[in-house]
Design a protein around this ligand. Structure first.
Ligand code: NAP
Ligand code: HSE
Length: 430
């Protein structure tokens, strides 16, 4: 390729993220061309509905709804996949790799279900598969793990990786907004997935944790193995009691290298008010990494939305375009080494817990709860009780306990006649 030949880019999808990519490529065209040594040209754009309004900078003549026109174009250098979901994204990414084109994707669901396989295909084809935008929106977490920490051993990571969940929890806590109103606003702002249940159900964070585990621990795991809880079951009372005990409720993705296995889990947790993650609010994401030699490191930034995500996509575009021009395509992907790792069962977790019981306030109720917890080796640390119309909310925090033991005690308590359902359980972050 002569220095002035443009790098021809095909966008598969041009919605929230794809639209941001178009805008950023337009706004920074000159600067990007200088960094690459050639301009980036949007040569094809595949969408579902040709008549939808798009970024005004987009040349409408390159827009089509026919995948064959886009995937069959042999002049394309890089495919950028921002369609989302597994089908047909997977098939199209595979076709792009087969054609020996570089691929940039923001699709964490695709990576969580097929990432290891796609990495292997790309490495075998000698092309790059770049996915900075798949985790943490505009935060350079993928590059940090793949490049900056390549010399170290990541022992654990813990973070807020779903902007929608963090936004919703922040709105509920700080503005007293309802869950539904906060989710609607997250959708309007372009933070939520097409199906917001992926966000609030914790699945999007689990997808991202699988991607992080690939790079941090070299782990090839199945998404079905990751214990996943969302934020739907949280009630305003949990925010209130968390505050009273000195915590903030956050939705976390946590990973730890245990040697033979990895600990991976996604769930809401009580974060001590004085810890950095506690003050990460709104759409911000934050990921704490513990490197064996490095020690702790923290990355914070906007985790969702058109422009922060476009920053990551276009940074990948720049990298893969430069690598292609320097005949170094595939290098970054060949550096990802994966092996099958077992995921430790959640029952084996040792943690401190927050537990909220709803019970009829009869004589002996508290004694029976204490007895069941004691029988399971669970030691109560703090306890508060509130009562309304004869129904009491008993909220407690525990000392460190084994989750399977606590779970057994909660089952036994739920079977008691005074119980109004199984207790709510939240883990307390370290
Ligand atoms: P979006 O706004 O729904 O955009 C999806 C785009 O793909 C649309 O342009 C849509 O066409 C097109 N598309 C979907 N199915 C298609 C098909 N079968 N054939 C042709 N075109 C199709 O979604 P998004 O928010 O940009 O998200 C895209 C990807 O980025 C997802 O993987 C998401 O998880 C990821 N991501 C999103 C964010 C964020 O903040 N939104 C951040 C990081 C990563 P039409 O426009 O014609 O409907
Ligand atoms: N729906 C995702 C979120 C988009 O809210 O974090 C960014 O990956």
């Amino acid at each position: 390729m002569a220095t002035s030949d443009p790098v021809r880019v095909a966008l598969l999808g041009c919605g929230t993220v794809g639209g941001g990519v178009v805008r950023l490529l337009y706004d920074n065209a000159r600067y990007l061309a200088e960094r690459i040594g050639a301009p980036l040209e949007i040569a094809r754009v595949l969408v579902r509905d040709e008549d939808k309004p798009r970024a005004p900078e987009l040349d409408r003549s390159v827009v089509t709804t026919d995948p064959e026109i886009v995937l069959g174009d042999d002049s394309i250098d890089v495919y950028v996949e921002t369609i989302g979901g597994v089908d047909p994204a997977r098939e199209w990414v595979e076709r792009a790799i087969e054609k020996k084109c570089a691929v940039v994707t923001a699709n964490k669901m695709l990576l969580a279900t097929s990432g290891a396989d796609l990495v292997e295909r790309a490495a075998a084809a000698g092309v790059d598969l770049a996915f900075e935008a798949s985790v943490g929106g505009g935060i350079p977490i993928i590059r940090t793990l793949r490049e900056a920490l390549a010399s170290d051993w990541v022992e654990s990571l813990s973070g807020i990786v779903n902007g929608t969940c963090n936004f919703v929890l922040s709105r509920m806590r700080e503005h007293g907004e309802s869950f539904d109103a906060a989710v609607k606003l997250a959708q309007e702002l372009g933070y939520a997935e097409v199906d917001p249940e992926l966000d609030v159900g914790g699945h999007d964070a689990a997808h991202k944790l699988v991607v992080l585990a690939m790079l941090a621990f070299g782990a090839r795991v199945s998404i079905d193995e990751v214990p996943t809880e969302g934020i739907r079951a949280l009630e305003p009372i949990d925010h209130r009691f968390a505050k009273r005990f000195g915590y903030v409720v956050k939705h976390l993705a946590i990973g730890r290298d245990l040697g033979d296995s990895v600990e991976l889990r996604v769930h809401p947790a009580l974060v001590p008010e004085d810890k950095p993650l506690a003050s990460v609010s709104g759409v911000l994401n934050a990921i704490e990494i513990e490197g064996r030699a490095l020690g702790p490191a923290l990355l914070v930034g906007r985790g969702a939305g058109a422009m922060p995500t476009a920053v990551s996509v276009v940074a990948d575009l720049l990298d893969v375009a430069r690598a292609r021009r320097g005949n170094a395509g595939g290098l970054m992907t060949r550096g990802i080494q994966l092996r099958r790792r077992a995921v430790a069962p959640l029952g084996a977790l040792r943690s401190r817990y927050y537990v909220r019981f709803r019970v009829e306030n009869r004589p002996g109720t508290l004694a029976r709860i204490a007895q069941a917890l004691g029988d399971a080796n669970v030691v109560v640390e703090q306890m508060v009780q509130e009562e309304e119309s004869g129904v009491a909310s008993i909220v407690m925090t525990t000392h460190e306990a084994v989750e399977a033991d606590l779970s057994r005690a909660l089952d036994a308590i739920a079977a008691q006649p005074f119980s109004r359902g199984r207790a709510a359980l939240l883990r307390i972050a370290r």
